[in-house]
Design a protein around this ligand. Structure first.
Ligand code: ATP
Length: 869
């Protein structure tokens, strides 16, 4: 290893053989072949074959396999065959589900993978961090993750948090100077940055020295465990429920086994039956159905620009009762255009701007210099506020690149949303000048003079008041106002935040950022859905209120509050106030955490948006942290559970509505599984208590388990979105999915299916004997369960949601039906599945009875389930 911290930037560039244009295509190709990608190696994922074999570790499957072996020994090869087929098909289905879910989650991860800004072939561009190479010139800004090790070539107050490497939570101020010592610890190599850390402040230019496993973090990290998704609360609670239910079912099976023996039935047959009953009745698919429905649901959401980073978010989405959203870019378009200016005590409309006026031109010059945005070949790069200023330059025939070359930047204190200011240093005719721009309320307090065409004057309190009035007028029109000031400094003076005082005020530039077209509609949908939208912005209160009013978030001015007011009240008082506040203006990121907490303490599930590095704690505190995909920093994205690919508020509302649907679908799938299993159990228990012949053969139960369980359950999980779901109130997060009313529905529907099954059984007993009875019971249970799939699609009747809106359920039911018919009609299959040949009247009976639960439930829904329109 070369100790790059002991080399100067120039030497480092030479060692790595890089010019000031960065790597070129040829070098990139060569180095890629030599060094590979910038990735930490992960422990290998399980292959599909391993996943397949894992399916055989399940307790029930082991019992089944034991039963198959016993059958084989007893010469019942047909049973062995059926069991083996069932087990293998089940394992294949399980593997397919697992692999599919894993793939879609992996796809999602790739969508939100970090990017890096580099200089290559003399051009600044963004590439996936994975593609970084040693020798790349990397740009770092506040909020960026450092994804490789590198030597700092330029630093502008660059501060980096290296806690993941050193454990030190304070940020480290970095510099360029060479360190002339040996064996300097990582934490003290302040002219280097290391992969795994992130930029908390300032910016810097880095020469990448090491990537992937050769970085410091790569050396200390053993092979990373392949990132395993933790189970969601719903999955955990279903697993627990499934375990308890399994116990109950095993107990019932044991009792049935004992009763059978007691009644003199063959021990092996009784054992097979008890095992099959347990297998058919234990809903082992619960958790995997949830995984697959969640995974497929998140895939759909990603297509609509909501990228879910943590699966549990999908569950909580449906419970969100408050959305705290940024204004700029989320509710507004983030396309700013200058509308007005104020300079030399005069308000200027865009049309009356006059490029001959010296002071006016001076103001624009300041706006171009104290500015990081550029327009290259009509492409706007940078913060839209600053882009608007660059565009303003055009009227004055000022090109930002030319101006910046003429008056190069000699120092700077970068913008941050806490301070709301930015300063840069330039040299004008031998004078060193610091230009400061930012929020007027902050800048006025720091200005002691004002520049007018008559010269620089003392800045009186009255004069400040007059300017505040102008600012208010601008803001009431929804304009975002920036103010400008300057002061002379000494040659070579390194400016800091402390220098931003005693400024000479010059003027204001006000710009319009119109609301997004879809914001008002999305706000209305939120309110209809019982969700409170709240605007939290760094912008001025009056500007924010004007925009909030336009889109329907705010009704009355009294619903707006400022950051400084928030500081004066304690958490208890804030808790009492939050329900009445719709707009928070001039807030800093710390205020956001307090607002989220206050809402949470009132029992709400809160979504919070954020983009900056300082927003990360609030994003973590919120139940659902939402980061901006376009303007958001990598740190914010990492802290969030969801990323908006289009930064758009209406995407949040769409995601909530999807989240609600996904949850409802999961609940319906579970209802389908549990009610069907209940029907099976009740039928067996009924026959057992009534000392009737056994209603099902073991293979019947296995067939039902395979055919009528998984496929329709997944199909129900894929039920398309129903807009009525946004007319309901948010779901209470503390109400478990398996609550009392749910249990009652499951039992009633299970009873209904059991009832028709037993009617078929009795009909069979009276018309053809035990084998016909068992065949009729089996066929009715199977068909009634399949048809019950339609009942479980939605709370509403299928005639209201549309008979053909879910094609998957049709496919699942038709496949199930065809298989059943094959078993009942093909002579060779009849033997294997232990079914008797039925006559037409018996068949008609089966159809008639199986459709009854469907009719009863649909009539009930049509008559009694009302949905808000
Ligand atoms: P939101 O939180 O809704 O995204 P915002 O973008 O207005 O709102 P900030 O970016 O924190 O919030 O800006 C807060 C204030 O800082 C603005 O009202 C403006 O006065 C000032 N400001 C914004 N951008 C700059 C900048 N690039 N340079 C100087 N001052 C700025």
């Amino acid at each position: 290893m070369k100790d790059f911290y002991r080399k100067s930037p120039g030497e480092s560039l030479k060692i790595l053989n890089v010019t000031d244009k960065g790597l070129n295509d040829e070098e990139i190709k060569k180095r890629r072949e030599q060094y590979g990608f910038n990735e930490l190696e992960e422990a290998a994922r399980k292959s599909p074959l391993q996943v397949f074999f894992d399916q055989f570790k399940d307790f029930l499957v082991i019992i089944l396999l034991a039963a198959a072996i016993i059958s084989a020994f007893l010469g019942k090869l047909e049973s062995t065959l059926v069991i083996m087929v069932v087990v293998i098909i089940n394992a294949i289905l399980g593997t397919v589900q697992h692999v599919k879910a894993e793939q879609s989650l992996k796809g999602l991860k790739a969508l939100s993978s970090p990017i890096a800004k580099v200089l290559r072939n003399g051009q600044k561009l963004e590439i996936p961090s994975k593609e970084l190479l040693a020798g790349d010139i990397l740009y770092l800004d506040a909020g960026d993750y450092v994804s490789a090790d590198g030597r700092i070539i330029e630093s502008f107050s660059l501060q980096v948090n290296e806690s993941s490497l050193t454990g030190e939570s304070e940020s480290v101020l970095k510099f360029v100077d060479t360190i002339d010592k040996e064996d300097v610890a990582i934490g003290d190599r302040k002219n280097m940055v290391f992969s795994g850390s992130f930029v908390t402040y300032g910016r810097g230019i880095i020469l990448v020295t090491d990537i992937g496993m050769s970085t410091e973090i790569g050396k200390i990290a053993n092979l990373l465990e392949s990132a395993k998704e933790k189970k969601t609360p719903l999955q955990v609670s279903l697993d627990n429920f499934g375990r308890k239910l399994a116990f109950v079912i095993l107990a019932i099976s044991a009792i049935i086994f004992a009763l059978d023996i007691f009644r003199g039935r063959n021990i092996v047959d009784s054992f097979m039956f008890a095992v099959s009953l347990a297998v058919a009745a234990i809903p082992e698919a619960l958790s995997s159905i949830v995984t697959i429905v969640l995974a497929l649901g998140t895939q759909k959401m990603a297509k609509k620009n909501a990228i879910v980073r943590k699966l549990h978010a999908v569950e909580s989405l449906g419970s969100i009762s408050v959305i705290c959203s940024d204004k700029t870019g989320t509710l507004t378009q983030n396309k700013m255009t200058v509308q007005k200016a104020f300079v030399d005590d005069q308000v200027l409309d865009y049309d009356s701007l006059n490029h001959d006026k010296v002071l006016e031109k001076g103001l624009v010059l300041m706006a171009l210099l104290c500015n990081d945005a550029v327009t290259v070949e009509n492409k706007e790069i940078g913060d839209p506020t600053e882009v608007a200023l660059v565009n303003l330059g055009e009227i004055y025939y000022l090109d930002e690149l030319v101006i910046r070359e003429q008056y190069p930047r000699l120092g700077e204190v970068p913008f941050d949303s806490d301070r709301k200011l930015m300063s840069t240093v330039h040299k004008f005719e031998e004078k060193y000048t610091m230009i400061t721009k930012g929020a007027l309320d902050v800048l006025l307090k720091r200005s002691s003079k004002i520049e007018l065409s008559s010269g620089v004057r003392e800045f009186t309190e009255e004069h400040k008041k007059e300017i505040e009035t102008i600012n208010r007028e601008f803001s009431m029109g929804g304009l975002r106002v920036l103010s400008f000031a300057y002061k002379e400094i000494n040659e070579g003076q390194k400016i800091t935040v402390e220098d931003e005082k005693d400024l000479v005020f010059v003027g204001l530039i006000a710009m319009m950022d119109p609301p997004r077209n879809e914001s008002a509609e999305a706000v209305k949908r939120c309110i209809d859905a019982g969700i409170k939208p709240v605007m939290i912005t760094g912008d001025h209160k009056i500007t924010a209120s004007a925009i909030a009013k336009q889109i329907g978030i705010l009704k009355d001015e009294s619903e707006a509050m400022e950051g400084f007011e928030l500081e004066k009240i304690n958490d208890e008082e804030l808790k009492n106030m939050v329900p009445n506040i719709s707009v928070y203006a001039r807030v800093s990121p710390e205020h956001k955490i307090r607002i989220v907490r206050a809402w949470q303490e009132l029992g709400n599930v809160v979504a919070m948006t954020g983009d900056g590095v300082n927003d990360a704690p609030a994003l973590k505190q919120a139940d659902i942290g939402i980061a901006m995909g376009i303007t958001g920093t990598e740190v914010a994205k990492d802290a969030a559970s969801m990323v908006l690919a289009d930064d758009n508020f209406s995407t949040i509302v769409k995601a909530i509505s999807n989240g609600r649907s996904i949850y409802a679908n999961i609940k319906n799938s579970i209802k389908f599984l549990l009610s069907g299993n209940t029907a099976g159990i009740l039928s067996v228990v009924y026959a057992s208590i009534g000392a009737l012949p056994i209603p099902f053969a073991a293979v019947h139960l296995l067939f039902i388990n395979l055919i009528t369980d998984s496929l329709p359950a997944i199909a129900i999980g894929l039920e398309p979105h129903n807009e009525n779901i946004m007319k309901e109130k948010p779901r209470d997060i503390n109400t478990p999915i398996l609550n009392k009313s749910f249990a009652i529905e499951v039992i009633i529907e299970g009873l209904l299916i059991a009832l028709v099954t037993m009617l078929a059984f009795h009909r069979g007993l009276s018309t053809g004997g035990a084998e016909v009875a068992s065949t009729m019971a089996f066929a009715t249970l199977c068909l009634a369960r399949l048809l019950h799939g339609f009942n479980c699609r939605s709370k509403e009747s299928i005639f209201r949601v549309g008979l053909f809106t879910n094609k998957f359920i049709w496919i699942a039911v038709i496949i199930g039906y065809l298989l059943l018919i094959m078993v009942l009609t093909f002579r060779s299959l009849r033997g294997i599945f232990e079914v008797a040949a039925l006559n037409t009247s018996q068949f008609s009976y089966i159809y008639l009875l199986s459709i009854i639960p469907l009719i009863v439930v649909q009539v009930y829904k049509l008559l009694f389930v009302t949905v808000k329109e």
